[in-house]
Design a protein around this ligand. Structure first.
Ligand SMILES: [Zn+2]
Length: 229
């Protein structure tokens, strides 16, 4: 009973403070302000990312702003039908100056999380030379998890997961999940830090520590809430 009373007081206080929050809180802490892909990865940002999954219009608005600001190039493709239907998915072509080995298909929430993650590594993670390209293994595959005959559909069946195999720098250096997760030290440290950073933008991030199936890539998916293994 006491707990309920306290809860009601907290809720009422929050409602009373709403106009103040809307006006005064910086956008990255304000749950009512639209998400921007350069927002820092905090709990409010994560909540806004989660909310985009059920609000396609708001999600598209975030992507359009990100494109106008030069963080991503994409186009939309028609809806796909069948066992693994997709509603007007995005084809991600590059992230600003960061190229891709090949464009990839993404649901809108995956597209937003990917832009935020790549923008973050470009801006904040020191490398010998700027990031030039991301080598990935794909995002969309109409299949069950681990290619099993039975069981639930993979996140890849809804273009809600992206598998990254490695990175290339402008000086030509290559950083591969398979070859450099443990050594040499500088590449390993950068890869491991980059993996941890991904956990702030995706529902789940699975890497080489998780199991042998992930020895050569980071699986970055939208299911879950900060699963990081
Ligand atoms: Zn995967």
């Amino acid at each position: 009973m006491k707990f309920l009373a306290v809860l009601i007081i907290i809720i009422l206080a929050f409602i009373a403070a709403t106009p103040w929050i809307k006006e005064h809180l910086p956008a990255q802490y304000n749950p009512f302000a639209p998400l921007t892909v350069t927002d820092p990865a905090n709990i409010i940002t994560r909540y806004k990312l989660k909310r985009l999954a059920t609000d396609p219009e708001a999600c598209l608005a975030v992507m359009t702003r990100a494109r106008d600001d030069g963080w991503v190039s994409f186009r939309r493709t028609g809806s796909m039908h069948g066992r693994c239907p997709l509603e007007q998915p995005f084809i991600i072509q590059r992230f600003g100056s960061v190229q891709l080995n090949t464009p990839f298909l993404a649901s809108c929430p995956l597209a937003v999380s990917s832009v935020m993650f790549v923008t973050d590594i470009q801006q904040h993670h020191a490398l010998a030379s700027p990031l030039a390209r991301i080598d990935h293994l794909g995002s969309f595959a109409c299949r069950n998890i681990y290619h099993r005959d039975q069981g639930r559909l993979s996140e890849h069946a809804t273009a809600d997961a992206w598998d990254i195999a490695g990175f290339r720098l402008q000086n030509g250096e290559r950083i591969s999940v398979h070859d450099h997760w443990r050594q040499p030290q500088d590449k390993a440290a950068w890869l491991q830090q980059t993996f941890r950073q991904s956990c702030r933008y995706f529902g789940n991030s699975l890497g080489p520590e998780y199991n042998a199936a992930h020895a050569n890539h980071f699986h970055l998916g939208m299911r879950g809430f900060g699963v990081c293994r």
